[in-house]
Design a protein. Structure first.
Length: 628
C-alpha cells in the first residue's frame, strides 16, 4: 500500500503549489514508509510514499514514467491479475523493466485508455499524467477500498490519499456545515462530501478526466440492481458457485513479496477467509484481539477453534481497558477528518500488533453489508413483512422510554434497541433506513448546530443515500444502500485509515467485484430470511467450519467509553473539549444542548449519549488541531 498526492496547475499561479507537494508526500509516510519521491512534469507535480509489497526493488518506485517519457503514474493499491494482463501486453510488444503491478497499470492505460479499469481485479486509487496532452486521469476502485480526495480550484487541482496531505497543499478550510450535521447523525461523513466545502471524495467506481480547468467525473461501475431472479441458480448450485468465487478471490490475494497473514475474529466471515487461505499457505499466520476486561465481547475462544482446525500460527492479543485507553490519543491524533466509529480503536490496535509479524493481512470486510449480516437487516426484513410481532412492538412503543436505556447493560441495550425498532416501524422505507443508520436524529443534529444548515441541503444528501430504496421495501435495496453508505464511508474508511496508520496493507477478498456481482444477482431469500442472516455464506461453509461458530449470537465491539467519560476523560471533557466558555466562543454548537447531553451521559439512562459525546470529542480534537 502507498500514499499518493499531487497538483495539476490550471494557471501559472497554480504552479506555485508544486513547492508544497514534497511536504504533503511526507505526511503520508505511514502509508508508505519505504520511499518518498516527487516529480515535476509539465502541468503536474506528483508525489508518492511507498509501502513495498510487490517487487521491492528501487526500479519499481514511484512516480513511475513509461519508456517514452510521456506518461507518469502514482498508484496506491494492488492489481491481483497483473501477471495475466502483463502477458497480454507483452504479446502486443510492450517491454517491462520491473515485476510490479504499477508498470502493468500504466501500460494497460496506454493500451486501453479509460477501459483499462474494467480489466483490473483489485483495489486502487491512482493518477496518470499525460505530458503530451497535458491531461490527468484519476481513478478509484469499484468498491471504494482505497481513498482519494480532491480539490478543484481556480488555479489548480489537488488530490491526495488523506485529508492531512490535501490540507498541506493549501486548499481552503471552510467548514461544511451540512457535512458536520451528517457527521453528528452517522458518526462519519458520507461520501462524496468531506468536512470541507471544497474538498470532495472521489466516489467508488468513478474516475476523473482533467484537462486545463475542465474536470469530468465519470461512473464506470455500479453494483448490479436486479429484481428478476428467473435465471438464478438453485440454492445448492449457488452455494457451490459462491465457494468457487471466494476461493479464487482469496487465492489471488495471497500474492505478495512480503510476509502475509489474516485477521481472525472467530466470526463466520474471517473464518471463511482463513479456511480458504489455509488451503494454499501452510502454517498461515492469523491474528485476533480479545478483551480481558470485557468477557461478553471476547471472541478469542472461537478464533482459537478455527486456528486449531486449520493449523494456523495464531496470535491472540488480549487487551485490558487500559490498553484501549492508551491507544485512544494516538487514534485521535491520526484522524484527519472527523470520524467517530469507536471500533476504530480496536482496528488500530489489531493492526499495530499484526504489523509486528506481517506486512499484509486478509480480512472479512464487506460480508455483512453484502449478505445481510446486521441486526438492522433482520429488523428491515421484519418491517417489510409487518407481521403480528412488529405490530405488537409498535403498540408497546410508549413503554420503552419508561426503562433505562444504555449500551452498557444487557437489559438497557435491549430497551434501547426496542425503542429504535418501534420508532423506525412508524416510518416509510427511506426514512426508516436513515433512522436506523443514524445515532442522532436529523432534528436533534440541526438543533445542536443552532439550525445553521438549510433543510434543502440535507434533503439532497438524504436523497443521494436513499436513492436506490424503492417504496415496495425490497431487502436488497437496503443491502445496496449499505454498500454505498456504511461500507464505503464507515467500514472501509476505518480499516484503511487505522491499518495505514500502522503501515499494514489489508486485503478484503469478499469485495472482489465478481463476488459482489454474484451476490446481488441472487434472490433475497438466499441472503437473509427470518431465521438466518448471511444464509448462503453460512450454509456454503457449514461443513468446513467448527460447529460452535453457528451456535452463538453475533457480537459487535463496544469500547468502554462510558467508563472513560465518567472516569479518566471526565476532567478533559468538562474543562477542555466541551467547556461551556469554549463552546460559546467556538460558535458551532448550542452550549445548552451540549450540557444537556452531558447530563444525560451521567444519568441512569444514557442511551446513545455516549456515541454522541464521542462524536463531539473527536470533532473538537480535530478542530483544535486543524482549525485554530
Amino acid at each position: 500500500m502507498c500514499g499518493i498526492t499531487g497538483v495539476y496547475a490550471i494557471t501559472d499561479e497554480g504552479r506555485s503549489r508544486f513547492d508544497l507537494v514534497e511536504g504533503a508526500t511526507g505526511l503520508l509516510s505511514r502509508r508508505g514508509p519505504d520511499t518518498k519521491r516527487t516529480v515535476n512534469i509539465g502541468r503536474a507535480c506528483l508525489g508518492h510514499a511507498r509501502l513495498s509489497v510487490i517487487d521491492l526493488s528501487e526500479a519499481a518506485s514511484q512516480p513511475f514514467t513509461d519508456a517514452t517519457g510521456r506518461y507518469t503514474i502514482v498508484y496506491n493499491g494492488e492489481i491481483y491479475n497483473f501477471r495475466q494482463l502483463r502477458s497480454g501486453l507483452e504479446a502486443k510488444g510492450y517491454q517491462f523493466k520491473t515485476d510490479s503491478d504499477t508498470e502493468v497499470v500504466l501500460y494497460q492505460y496506454i493500451e486501453s485508455g479509460y477501459d483499462c479499469l474494467s480489466k483490473f481485479t483489485g483495489f486502487f486509487a491512482f493518477a496518470i499524467y499525460d505530458s503530451k496532452e497535458e491531461t490527468l486521469f484519476v481513478a478509484r476502485d469499484r468498491m471504494g477500498q482505497k481513498p482519494l480526495l480532491y480539490y478543484h480550484g481556480h488555479d489548480y487541482i489537488a488530490f491526495a490519499s488523506e485529508m492531512k496531505a490535501i490540507m498541506a497543499l493549501g486548499v481552503p478550510r471552510e467548514l461544511d456545515m451540512a457535512s458536520l450535521c451528517m457527521y453528528l447523525r452517522f458518526n462519519y461523513i458520507p461520501s462524496p462530501n468531506s468536512i470541507f466545502t471544497d474538498v470532495r471524495k472521489l466516489e467508488q467506481g468513478h474516475y476523473l478526466t482533467i484537462k486545463g480547468g475542465h474536470v469530468k467525473d465519470v461512473c464506470y461501475y455500479t453494483i448490479p440492481h436486479v429484481y428478476s431472479y428467473l435465471s438464478a441458480p438453485d440454492y445448492e448450485t449457488a452455494q457451490q458457485q459462491l465457494r468457487e468465487l471466494i476461493g479464487q478471490s482469496v487465492c489471488e490475494r495471497l500474492v505478495s513479496d512480503v510476509p502475509l497473514g489474516a485477521f481472525l475474529s472467530g466470526g463466520i466471515d474471517s473464518s471463511v477467509i482463513v479456511a480458504e487461505a489455509a488451503k494454499h499457505v501452510d502454517n498461515l499466520s492469523t491474528f485476533s484481539i480479545g478483551y480481558a476486561d470485557e468477557p461478553f465481547f471476547d471472541e478469542t475462544k472461537y478464533a482459537q477453534l478455527v486456528a486449531d482446525k486449520f493449523h494456523t500460527n495464531h496470535h491472540a492479543f488480549r487487551l485490558t481497558n487500559n490498553d484501549l485507553y492508551e491507544h485512544l490519543h494516538a487514534v485521535l491524533d491520526y484522524i484527519d477528518e472527523p470520524f467517530a466509529d469507536s471500533s476504530a480503536i480496536a482496528v488500530n490496535i489489531l493492526s499495530h500488533y499484526t504489523r509486528q509479524h506481517v506486512t499484509v493481512a486478509l480480512s472479512g470486510d464487506g460480508a455483512d453489508e453484502m449478505f445481510g449480516g446486521y441486526n438492522k437487516h433482520s429488523a428491515h426484513l421484519r418491517a417489510i413483512r409487518n407481521g403480528l410481532g412488529m405490530s405488537m412492538v409498535k403498540m408497546a412503543s410508549p413503554l420503552y422510554n419508561l426503562f433505562p436505556q444504555s449500551r452498557n447493560t444487557l437489559f438497557g441495550n435491549r430497551m434501547r434497541q426496542l425503542r429504535r425498532l418501534a420508532d423506525g416501524l412508524k416510518l416509510d422505507a427511506k426514512s426508516r433506513y436513515l433512522a436506523w443508520a443514524s445515532l442522532m436524529g436529523e432534528h436533534d443534529a440541526l438543533a445542536l448546530l443552532n439550525n445553521k444548515v438549510l433543510p434543502q441541503q440535507l434533503n439532497k444528501r438524504n436523497l443521494a443515500i436513499t436513492g436506490n430504496i424503492r417504496h415496495d421495501n425490497n431487502i436488497i435495496d437496503i443491502l445496496h444502500a449499505d454498500m454505498q453508505l456504511v461500507l464505503v464511508s464507515d467500514m472501509l474508511f476505518k480499516v484503511d485509515m487505522m491499518s495505514m496508520a500502522e503501515s499494514l496493507e489489508v486485503r478484503s477478498p469478499f469485495l472482489d467485484h465478481r463476488i459482489v456481482n454474484f451476490a446481488f444477482s441472487l434472490p433475497p431469500e438466499y441472503l437473509i430470511n427470518n431465521k438466518m442472516r448471511k444464509r448462503i455464506l453460512q450454509d456454503a461453509y457449514r461443513s468446513q467450519l467448527p460447529p460452535q461458530l453457528y451456535c452463538r449470537p453475533k457480537h459487535g465491539f463496544e469500547v468502554p467509553m462510558l467508563k472513560w467519560f465518567r472516569g479518566e476523560l471526565k476532567s478533559v471533557i468538562e474543562t477542555d473539549y466541551l467547556q461551556p466558555d469554549f463552546i460559546r466562543e467556538q460558535n458551532i454548537f448550542n452550549p445548552d444542548l451540549v450540557q444537556k447531553m452531558l447530563q444525560k451521559l451521567n444519568s441512569k439512562s444514557p442511551g446513545d449519549a455516549v456515541a454522541n459525546i464521542w462524536a463531539l470529542i473527536v470533532f473538537q480534537h480535530w478542530w483544535k488541531k486543524n482549525m485554530l
